[in-house]
Design a protein around this ligand. Sequence first.
Ligand code: PMV
Length: 367
Amino acid sequence: MISANDFIPSKYTHSVESGFFQWSAPSNIALVKYWGKKDNQIPANPSVSFTLNNCKTITKLAFAKKNISTALNVTANNFSFDLLFEGQPKEDFKPKIQKFLERIEIYLPFLKDYHFTIDTENTFPHSSGIASSASGMAALAMNLMSLEKALNPEMTEDYFYQKASLLARLGSGSACRSVKGQVVVWGNHANISESSDLFGVEFPRAIHANFTNFQDTILLVDKGEKQVSSTLGHDLMHNHPFAERRFAQAHENLNQLIAIFESGNLDEFIKIVESEALTLHAMMMTSMPYFILMKPNTLEIINAIWKFRNETKIPVCFTLDAGANVHVLYPENVSEKVLQFIQNELVGYCQNGQYICDKIGNGAVLI
Ligand code: PMV
């Protein structure tokens, strides 16, 4: 079994003075939710997600060896980086990056040798409830791995992607599912031998054509800052009265999804996905302190989807993240009808009528 120590490099064969890389990494939407973690961002239960295509972060990482960049006024024993968001310095993002670099330094011992300029932008609104930490941490991890590959060109592709996912995980758990593949599993599961708590893996079996180009239309119900940070949310699962049962349920639901991905049974898919979304929120409603992250319009949308599905038999369903926005999931062949329904009946529940059309995608890309 692969252990975290396998990702601690012994020595590098090459040296690199300066340069830059640029990667884009997508957001992802969990079908079986990760909620609750152990030390070191080890998940309390396995999760599985669809990788998105349009909602992404694009990050350019420029690097210069400190000894040749005396003009940069850097201290040898500290991380040295500038952070730009949409081209402007963004001081309030820096503590998160600092913490990330501290956590991953053991895996990338060259980090303090360089001054970095991290220039990042999203294709979707920041703090819209769309996981910008997932795409952001994944994009940064990919760039850092490109630099490590330049220092050690022998590295295999498997190592590159596994380690990129491991690093992303240390930035934000769900980010490890934004690296590679359309359907990504993270966390040990008895029936997926490749699965790991350390990094996300591409779902290792064939997936039924019903899921090809699966659509995700994200309805922006409330674009405000998150009421509960995911760090606090995960913490609430410690001493939660239903935690152990919930963790066991996630294993069972992932097991059922394995069969559903093969059979293409959309009715069964809908049951698992909607139940997972409501369970995630139920965990928050039954923790101490307790939270309601849905808004009245979230419930209006859910009820409208159920009514539409009942009346039309079109296999459309919803899922939720730790917020009020609704992800509407449906197969490509019913897109036209579902988009019509969204425009006619759901847009009125969105803040400023805003929604984002996305679909299943392939993961991070070097630009
Ligand atoms: O990656 P984090 O720590 O922000 O946690 C995200 C958790 C959920 O989005 C609610 C569920 C998931 O599996 O993505």
